[in-house]
Write a protein that binds this ligand. Structure first.
Ligand code: S3P
Length: 173
């Protein structure tokens, strides 16, 4: 049985709204908010783009696993993960241990629209066509499906998504 104050872990592809939803959800539940990408940047002292450029994606993935490990002993937090945090099976099991896993989804069209003009995400540079981004998303589908709850965010307000998750969390505490 999950204990009271179990963390809520938000997963999902870039542009599905994990941080926006996470901040509001934390307020709604009276939890703290933690953004794992922000934690990685804080620890590394350089941006995600710079980590990818200087050290490559594999090093970023190691830092990501370290950030996930830092959730051990943490409770009453809403955690936004990076879009690729669920790729490694080890990360998925660490995230499941850390709390309820909620996966946010949106169609490729919606994601392309939301990410238009973004310069902060290195994988948008290396996957700079709708086809490439769609293939990246499709390749991760099984990893995203490994969740306690999945919510399609397209056409819903942030408030609606937050309410849906908060209701689920209360039912599963
Ligand atoms: C990544 C998503 C990013 C960030 C990094 C890699 C990915 O996070 O972790 O650029 O592999 O999809 P967001 O999902 O918050 O954009």
């Amino acid at each position: 049985m999950p204990s009271d104050g179990r963390n809520v872990i938000l997963t999902g592809f870039m542009g599905t709204g994990k941080s926006t939803v996470g901040i509001l959800l934390a307020k709604r539940l009276g939890y703290c908010f933690r953004d794992l990408d922000a934690l990685i940047v804080e620890r590394a002292g350089i941006s995600i783009n710079e980590i990818f450029e200087r050290y490559g994606e594999p090093r970023f993935r190691e830092l990501e696993t370290e950030a996930i490990r830092s959730l051990r002993g943490v409770s009453r937090h809403v955690v936004a993960t990076g879009g690729g945090a669920v790729i490694a099976p080890l990360n998925r099991s660490l995230l499941r241990e850390a709390g309820l896993v909620v996966n946010l989804t949106a169609s490729l069209e919606v994601i392309l629209d939301r990410l238009k003009g973004d310069r902060q995400r290195p994988l948008l540079r290396s996957n700079n066509t709708p086809e490439a981004l769609g293939a990246l998303m499709a390749g991760r589908e099984n990893a995203y499906a490994d969740a306690d709850l999945r919510i399609d965010t397209a056409g819903k307000s942030v408030e609606d998504v937050v309410t849906e998750i908060a209701t689920f969390v209360r039912e599963h505490q």
